[in-house]
Design a protein around this ligand. Structure first.
Ligand SMILES: [Zn+2]
Length: 246
């Protein structure tokens, strides 16, 4: 009797194990992300102390981190998930700095902000898939997210070289590449994205009316967003990225 029930149980487990990978894959393909999730306005489950990524991205990052250790590099996250409010804080701080302290006209201030920072609601950091990284073993002064620090003679040169060779194997891709023909955000050698999740998220985001979604937010200075400005922001800043992520 006991043996019969054991066979029955293991039979069920066996069948489940056979079909599970297919089921998981099918589910991932069909995951629907709400507008709130896509815009950093939903509470999502994040994993890892000082990592804060969606589960699958967190697991891939951990594997990559272990591999980098053996090359003498400590992949350290400076920034990962950021919600809408955080991004809004960054936006407001820069807007005030450029318009009040530096006396720029609103649209000039906005153009300056979007050299490196996104309009709240449109940051890839809202997705729990994107990271800004440095090498935690390197001691350095001042701002760390500066392109020259990732170049020849810079403290993160070895990290950059290692990432160039290995990141894609773990699903991570540079977003804002050094391609001279690329428009939108400037070159960010530190910003990587976990493609298996961020690709479908971008695909779903661009399926929404992004222009209207931005216009619906009441942001500091957003009364200066013209339709032309928003169109070029969407085409250049959101969509002119590493083609691996499209
Ligand atoms: Zn970033």
């Amino acid at each position: 009797m006991q043996r019969r029930s054991f066979i029955l149980k293991s039979g069920i487990i066996g069948a489940a194990a056979l079909t599970a990978p297919h089921l998981i894959f099918a589910q991932d393909e069909e995951t629907e992300y709400s507008v709130y999730e896509l815009m950093g306005q939903a509470d999502i489950e994040l994993y890892g102390k000082d990592i804060n990524l969606r589960k699958e991205a967190y697991e891939a990052f951990k594997k990559m981190k272990v591999a980098a250790y053996s090359a003498g590099i400590d992949l350290k996250i400076v920034s990962s998930y950021r919600n809408f409010r955080r991004q809004e804080g960054i936006w407001e701080r820069k807007y005030i700095k450029y318009t009040d302290n530096q006396n720029l006209k609103p649209l000039d201030a906005i153009e300056k902000i979007i050299e490196y920072s996104t309009i709240p609601g449109t940051s890839r950091h809202h997705w729990g898939t994107d990271i800004d990284i440095i090498d935690g073993y390197q001691k350095t002064n001042g701002d760390v997210l500066v392109p020259s620090k990732f170049e020849e003679g810079g403290p993160f040169k070895e990290l950059k070289k290692w990432m160039d060779e290995n990141a894609n194997d773990f699903g991570f891709h540079l977003v804002y590449t050094n391609d001279k023909k690329r428009r939108g955000f400037k070159y960010e050698p530190w910003h990587y994205s976990y493609a298996p999740i961020s690709k479908p998220m971008l695909e779903q985001f661009r399926g929404k009316n992004i222009m209207r979604l931005i216009q619906e937010q009441e942001l500091l200075g957003s009364e200066h967003f013209t339709a032309g400005f928003l169109r070029s922001y969407i085409v250049n800043n959101i969509l002119d990225i590493n083609p691996d992520l499209l």
